[in-house]
Design a protein around this ligand. Structure first.
Ligand code: GAP
Length: 466
């Protein structure tokens, strides 16, 4: 069941704190007092984001011979959104409190009160009546009976396109990357000589003017998506749908390294399906505030291509030369939010481990492919040549991995700092290193230390980095 806002915020407190402390995520525009629901990704955060994007691209594009990449514009012709149905249908129901002006998203508000699905299939009138009949109070000022009628609110951000106000046209920041793929379907099929079934993938920013943006980076107004539209012959979509749900789950568990028990697949009920979809499943993650959608996999039929064909008057049909027929392909779409994935990765990795004598260490047990830095190199002292030796090792290793050199503070503190960053290995150069050419290498999770030759560091790490 969904939780009230305060409980959700409480449950995320340690994650938010370590994110700021260790340079993963900062509150947006902080020195100006902040801009609500905006976030900046710090030096370690950007590394995790880039690692996730790279892993996704590798598995969804490079390692397959049936998927190609694309990078379409954020700003698209306004007719795109008429064709896709976003102008008329991309709405959430809202209500305002007449007393304190708090705006609520009615379906989420009702789900918080009554559980998942409480608002599913309800009309605006039914939503209004439910809130009134049950005498639900405004979450901010506590007044009962102060809500306006529920009404629809379009989630697209509007902006103007053009140098002067008079000549400017209203356009929108894209609310999904998917439409950029559909409108390039013809271009890609013409140059790529790919036969259906094949997919087009892209990673990029999307924008939604969410009514209740909350839960840290889970629901924000600016976010990044990793989407793939897989074009297949009508009648084969069910098979492909199942294939892609399994493929996505496999990637999350075996490549990103999320715990299987924190993931589940939830199939949409008929009344929950978008109007264009014949089946949809959400891969959900068990966030500290409860299960939440991480990845939507939707079978979108031929809805989008049909609409774009109609609105653009371009023939978007695929010519199947083997079968000697023309058709609009059906589409299966795995659509993943990068920032939600990042939050899942942070929550999965976070642990407060009890050590001896009431000592607690905070550790981020990131998978090695995901962790921002792979190795940290410390000289025991900043003198007697230890620092020069450590810098030599650092200079060599940075040719292969993203590594850190850290000479400040006690060695124990340096280990703890890197535990919180999630660095899998720390290497210490001490006095013995100067005489016998060995270093201490410490593994993050077990905290086990072993002595290895400097000449063997690279092969040691290569064997343990996957
Ligand atoms: N093209 C289909 C589409 O955009 P969606 O379920 O609306 O489908 C896909 O979005 C994914 O994008 C979601 O599963 C979620 O991970 C992410 N997402 C959607 N809205 C978001 C928001 N406001 N903040 C962060 N991530 C969001």
């Amino acid at each position: 069941m969904a939780q009230p806002k305060e409980k959700e915020e409480q449950s995320l407190k340690p994650i938010v704190a370590v994110s700021k402390r260790r340079g993963f995520v900062f509150p947006g525009s902080e020195i100006y007092g902040g801009l609500s629901n905006t976030f900046d990704y710090g030096p370690n955060g950007i590394e995790v984001l880039n690692n996730l994007k790279r892993l996704w691209w590798e598995y969804f594009v490079h390692r397959r011979d049936d998927v190609l990449g694309l990078d379409s514009s954020i700003l698209l012709h306004p007719r795109v959104w008429e064709a896709s149905g976003h102008i008329s249908n991309f709405n959430d129901p809202l209500m305002d409190c007449k007393k304190c002006k708090t705006r609520i998203r009615v379906d989420k508000f009702l789900e918080d009160k009554e559980g998942e699905g409480a608002a599913t299939g309800k009309t605006l009138e039914e939503l209004t009546n439910t809130i009134r009949d049950k005498a639900y109070a405004c979450p901010t000022c506590g007044t009962v009976g102060s809500f306006t009628d529920a009404r629809q609110f379009n989630l697209m951000f509007k902006t103007s396109h053009g140098a002067s106000e008079e000549g400017a046209t209203d356009i929108y920041l894209r609310p999904e990357t998917a439409q950029g793929i559909f409108i390039n379907f013809k271009n890609v099929t013409q140059i790529a000589r790919k036969k259906v079934p094949f997919g087009i993938a892209q990673i990029g920013k999307s924008f939604r003017n969410e009514i209740m943006a909350r839960q840290f980076i889970f629901r924000t107004r600016e976010f990044e998506q990793m989407e793939m539209e897989f074009f297949c012959e009508p009648g084969t979509q069910k098979e492909w749908f199942k294939y892609w749900v399994d493929y996505c789950m496999d990637w999350l568990v075996n490549v990103v390294g999320l715990k299987k028990e924190n993931l589940r697949v939830r199939e949409h009920e008929k009344e929950e399906l978008s109007f264009y979809s014949d089946s949809t499943s959400d891969i959900e993650y068990k966030y500290p505030f409860g299960w939440g959608e991480l990845w939507g996999v939707a079978s979108r039929t031929d809805y989008d291509l049909t609409q774009h064909e109609k609105f653009s008057s371009e023939d978007l049909k695929y010519h199947d030369l083997d079968q000697k027929k023309k058709y609009l392909p059906y589409v299966v779409e795995p659509a993943l939010g990068l920032n939600r994935l990042f939050l899942a990765v942070l929550c999965d990795a976070y642990e407060e481990e009890k050590l001896e004598k009431d000592d607690i260490r905070t550790v981020l047990r990131f998978g090695r492919r995901v962790s921002p830095m792979k190795v940290a190199i410390f000289p025991l002292m900043k003198k007697d040549g230890l620092d020069a030796k450590a810098k030599e090792i650092y200079a060599d290793l940075r040719n292969h991995w993203y590594v850190d050199y850290d000479e400040s503070g006690a060695i124990g503190k340096r280990y703890r700092r890197h535990d919180e960053i999630g660095t899998p290995f720390c290497i210490t150069v001490d006095y013995d290193s100067m005489s016998d050419g060995t270093v201490t290498i410490r593994e993050r999770d077990s905290m086990k230390q072993e002595r290895i030759a400097i000449t063997e560091i690279k092969s040691y790490l290569i064997n343990r980095m996957v």
